[in-house]
Design a protein around this ligand. Structure first.
Ligand SMILES: [Ca+2]
Length: 233
């Protein structure tokens, strides 16, 4: 799997912003629960660089096992769920970035974020609309809503529209990251088709994000080939 990323030459240190995300499927929680849209090798993190370093990906929170899509009980949010091999807290804040590229009835979107995105409290040169977070420099906002929902290629010099900042739940017991995306943010409705898109790394990736994210850095990624229709009831 390859990776690519976007770089955000932001402030002080060398911050970087990765992009790209995958896709998935959805299902009614009460009736069927989240639908698994892809599974992955439990020990392939870093294989793009050196197959022998895979064990390091688990404690780093970058070894992806599975991806699923669901619908919240109140039917207001599409749930994007990434299952990791570890650690329980879901990766190192500011170091690991998770991405997921998906489509909603054919329109492409991407999730991009991590446990915290404090560095992204600065205006992001990759974001053309809007270029700055709603609460620039407010740690509360950046910690509670570390995932971006955006569209566009989000590479240097290209369009990148931020549609929303959303929260994510890192489940300690299950090693899962659940990212809820309000239906209206991606113009979805019950019955919409959530399909996969291909990104720099594949449909979903976990990669170092505090450094420039490039193909050369060890990462894990999954390509998704499944489309799921959100249940109507
Ligand atoms: Ca994996």
């Amino acid at each position: 799997m390859k990776i690519r990323g976007s770089f955000a030459a932001v402030a002080v240190a060398a911050l970087v912003v990765g992009l790209v995300a995958p896709s998935g499927v959805a299902a009614g929680k009460k009736k069927s629960g989240p639908v698994v849209v892809a599974t992955d090798d439990p020990a392939d993190w870093g294989a793009n660089v050196d197959p022998t370093i895979a064990p390091a990906g688990v404690p780093l929170g970058m070894e992806i096992l599975e991806a699923a899509i669901g619908l919240s009980e109140d039917k207001k949010d599409i749930l994007f769920i990434i299952k990791l091999a570890g650690p329980s807290a879901g990766g190192i804040p500011e170091l690991v970035r998770y991405g997921w590229e998906f489509s909603v009835d054919g329109n492409a979107f991407q999730l991009n974020g991590g446990r915290t995105e404090l560095l992204r409290g600065l205006c992001n040169p990759l974001h053309t609309d809007p270029p700055c977070p709603p609460n620039v420099g407010d740690p509360t906002v950046l910690t509670n809503f570390p995932f971006f929902v955006r569209s566009g290629s989000c590479t240097v010099g290209a369009d990148c529209v931020v549609h929303a900042w959303v929260n994510a739940t890192f489940d300690v017991a299950e090693n899962t990251i659940t990212i809820p995306v309000p239906l209206e943010v991606v113009e979805a409705k019950l019955g919409s088709k959530i399909g996969p898109m291909g990104g720099l790394f594949g449909s979903i990736y976990a990669a170092p994000g505090a450094v420039v994210t490039t193909n050369g850095l060890p990462h894990d990624a999954i390509s998704i080939h499944k489309t799921v229709k959100l249940p109507k009831k």
